[in-house]
Design a binder for this molecule. Sequence first.
Ligand code: PMP
Length: 411
Amino acid sequence: MSDPQQDYDELKAAGLTLDLTRGKPSSAQLDLAAPMLDLPGSELVRAADGSDTRNYGNVAGLPELRALFAPFLQVPVAQLIASNNSSLELMHDTLVHALLSPLPGAPVRWADAGRVAFLAPVPGYDRHFAVCERLGIDLVSVPMTADGPDMDEVERLVADDPSIKGIWCVPKYSNPDGAVYSDEVVRRLAAMPTAAPDFRIMWDNAYSVHHLTEEEPELADVLALAAEAGNPDRPFVFGSTSKITFAGAGVAFLGASEANVAWWLTLTEKRTIGPDKINQRRHALFLRDGDGLRAHMAAHRELIAPKFAVVEKLLTDAFADTPGVSWTTPKGGYFVALTVPDGLASQVVALAKDAGIVLTPAGATHPYGKDPHDALIRLAPTLPPLADVEGAMAGVVTCVRLALARAGTRA
Ligand code: PMP
């Protein structure tokens, strides 16, 4: 086997500039939705219900687009809101509203509740954690398993502590480990006793239709299960078309119980006279129906599945027999989580940076940017062209081998 230091020196000398940091769609993926830019045109600005999309109004969004997405997000149409371009914004605003105005079932608004804390399954999505950090909501880590959060731990924590007001969940193709929540995990989340009467699940179903294989797993219906268990107001469901149409100009959705939706609309009506319905109309015309959406996502899959396959192949070729090195093989979503022996992740990221390959900072997948094991690296292969993903991953392999060699582990 070649000398890791020599390989690394050669990698550095190659002077690469490659980026595997963020889960962004590539230009080719964005091009798939290019025809949408010609819609609705001046002729089709009236929505299916006859309303004029150019005007103010309709804070809940266009019914035709809500109907299209309702089955995919598992929310009844009447309880699904279509908004502007960012679901992260909806999550942020929902928590701000909860701080300022009591949620249905809340004894007081969270700003008056003393400590407010959320459970953060780790590894998780850094922007969820950042919203809480910004708003003064404490984060309590709970481990992820292949089936979702460790439910014994979640149930233990929420049972006695009324300051734990919520949990972040990316239930399908979780960011970054690709986990799909099992029916049992969804049921337990929906039904578990919580000390906080105003406990909420932030159900960020960002990757509901983002399959990388022929399999199309269906999640258990969190809203229905919560209602059955007597906790109808527990889940807030989110989603968006950011990785379906345009990441910067999609449509975001929020779904919840009737009481939560009424609460949310009353507060949102204070900040807007209605969302961008022209964009919603454009989406409805372009995607057409469930089959149209599925066909569009299949075209995405054709573009990105080969990139994930390259990541898998290079990691397998290099580390199939290396103790302490493992990675996820996601069946959907946008990320691969690479685990290296404890204490090496930040070194690998630093080595890659010096060689011109930018990776997500080690620790970003944990609250406060601190991975106590310094072992996890999030890889995002969708944005660069395939050849660059291959080059970047070959470089990552070189960096991991060097870090292992320096640590005295077999490379
Ligand atoms: N949730 C998750 C889990 C994500 O990975 C992302 C994008 N990286 C978002 C939300 C952002 O969604 P939006 O573009 O709708 O704000």
